[in-house]
Design a protein around this ligand. Structure first.
Ligand code: B12
Ligand code: SF4
Length: 479
């Protein structure tokens, strides 16, 4: 990526930047279950590697792995004395990001705090207006912008015209336009997963096949336009992909250097374009790579022939966003799929022995409670191994959010310490429907039989998952 300068020794005591990942599990995501298992923060590890490749000293603190996140932060600041702390954010974690920023200032108020990530991109002005702890906000793609900003801050150059930057100027917030993006994702640095401690991460079963495991995102953007989704906002409506050959090189390196043979592809829709998925699978097969992987797909971007090839290349599990069980609600969120195709696609993939999982949303905009119930019934009627249900929330960056904001429906000075639900119905009714949905789905004999049959067909994978789940039950997660 551009002029890469050799990395300085990052093991020394003083850091240029400490990157911090806020914890989640309370607030928007709610409940203990969110802390069961944790995902390796691949993109932030990549951001860190990139910073180091440009000659800065960087380190990463993932507070999700800490029993007492703020105490761990204080320890790390006193030990490494960073000049800058960079915090990543989703809307679900912005309230925690603010607590982290305040703690940083309390420990050492000479440290500059920079906020980045999804929430920063969607709401740069609000992040500076409603939260005191952030000195700068970087919106949009982070790699190039962060290097530019670090260079200016650490070398005492003017920052006012830095691309992607938002900052306070007197009583006003200034938001600079976004600068160049990385058009060719092959220029992204290969992340040092060892230095970022990938072995400490164990995602929630059934999200993985075997440990150690990592999640990778090999593309940015999605060609679809679902109204509840924030992804196109973040990626400038472009879709970019790493070349499939390089992706396989990376997987091979993860496998040979670190023994990682299990991957989750976090790409929004891994199965587009079909030609490249075929290319990827054929390359994995050509090299004889023995790996397992799962991915997100859409019911209209997969067919039996493609799924068969994916299975041969190591795919054991596919996740679909089906979202609704009535055509009216599907059309309202512009999902652009039909119920018939959803049923067909799940049956096709399941018939090959690939695990299927789908996500469903209750309380979609003005849908009636009967329509939400129809979504649960539809989920139960499909040949699915797993399902997730959630209540529709309005997230910054989505088209729904922009409409709500324009209509004055977002509370003033909202700090994202609680969700904004889209449904006009009593939320308690939807919560109880949600609980019932999980009970109805997972307490069916069909689910138990499915588990038994996969224990017979794939004992290694199921053994891994069951022992992990049992371990979590006896040993509580960090917080
Ligand atoms: C993987 C993923 C997850 C994983 C996270 C695993 C992990 N440890 O990485 C899991 C499954 C845990 C997850 C959970 C949730 N997720 Co999620 N997730 C994603 C997904 C698919 C990819 C994220 C990613 O890796 N992106 C790639 C990297 C490169 O992008 P990035 O992280 O934003 O980082 C770039 C910039 O933002 C910037 N940057 C980031 N941090 C920083 C920090 C600094 C200092 C700087 C300068 C720059 C910078 O630079 C990076 C490189 O360019 C996205 C969709 C998407 N396509 O991105 C949704 C997405 C981010 N998730 C979303 C949501 C809603 C959730 C949940 C709330 C869902 C729920 N209801 O429970 C939870 C909340 C999680 C939390 N932490 O609170 C929304 C966020 C919307 C919003 N406004 O916040 C998204 C956009 C999905 C969507 N379609 O709308 N998620
Ligand atoms: S929900 Fe999925 S298919 Fe729809 S825009 Fe978002 S990532 Fe793309």
């Amino acid at each position: 990526m551009g002029n890469v300068t050799p990395s300085k020794d990052s093991a020394g005591p003083e850091l240029d930047i400490l990157l911090v990942i806020p914890w989640f599990g309370i607030g928007l995501t709610g409940g203990r279950f969110a802390t069961l298992g944790a995902e390796f923060p691949f993109s932030i590890a990549m951001l860190m590697t990139n910073v180091e490749q440009h000659g800065f000293r960087a380190s990463l603190l993932d507070t999700n792995l800490e029993r007492d996140p703020l105490a761990a932060l204080e320890r790390e600041i006193k030990r490494r004395r960073p000049k800058i702390v960079g915090i990543t954010s989703y809307s679900a974690t912005i309230a925690h990001a603010e607590r982290i920023a305040q703690k940083v200032k309390q420990v050492d108020d000479s440290i500059t705090v920079i906020l980045g990530g999804f929430h920063a991109t969607a709401e740069p002005a609000e992040c500076l207006n409603y939260f005191d702890g952030f000195d700068y906000v970087v919106h949009g793609e982070g790699e190039l912008a962060l290097i530019d900003l670090l260079d200016r801050l650490l070398n005492h150059k003017p920052t006012a015209d830095t691309p992607n930057l938002a900052f306070r100027d007197g009583g006003q917030v200034v938001i600079n336009p976004q600068g160049p993006i990385i058009h060719d994702l092959d220029e992204l640095p290969f992340p040092d997963i060892d230095r970022t401690g990938f072995r400490r991460y164990e995602p929630t079963p059934p999200n993985y096949y075997s440990l150690p495991t990592i999640g990778i995102m090999a593309s940015r953007g999605c060609p679809y336009k679902c109204t509840f989704c924030a992804t196109h906002f973040q990626w400038n409506k472009t879709m970019r992909r790493m070349s499939r050959g390089l992706l396989v090189d990376w997987l091979e390196k993860f496998a040979t250097d670190w023994g990682v043979r299990d991957f989750r592809f976090f790409d929004d829709t891994f199965t587009v374009p079909k030609k490249e998925v075929v290319e990827f699978c054929e390359e994995v097969l050509r090299r004889g790579l023995k790996i397992h992987w799962n991915c997100y797909s859409r019911v209209d971007t997969i067919d039996k022939e493609l799924a068969r090839l994916m299975k041969r290349a190591g795919c054991y599990h596919v996740k679909f966003g089906i979202e609704a069980g009535t055509q009216e609600s599907l059309d309202r969120i512009r999902k652009n799929i039909t119920l018939e195709r959803a049923r067909e696609a799940i049956a096709e993939v399941a018939s090959l022995g690939i695990e299927t999982k789908a996500s469903f949303i209750l309380g979609i905009h003005e849908e009636s409670l009967a329509q939400s119930r129809a979504t649960v019934d539809f989920a139960l009627s499909l040949d699915l191994d797993y399902a997730t249900f959630s209540i529709m929330m309005i997230f910054p960056g989505s088209e729904d959010y922009a409409q709500w904001k324009a209509a004055g429906r977002i509370p003033d000075k909202f700090k994202w310490d609680k969700p904004i639900y889209s449904s006009p119905h009593e939320i308690e009714e939807l919560r109880s429907m949600l609980k019932q949905a999980y009970r109805r789905f997972y307490l069916r004999p069909r689910f138990a039989l499915g588990m038994l049959s996969s224990l017979v067909h794939d004992p290694v994978c199921q053994f891994n998952r069951v022992t992990h789940l049992a371990k979590h039950m006896v040993t509580p997660s960090p917080r």
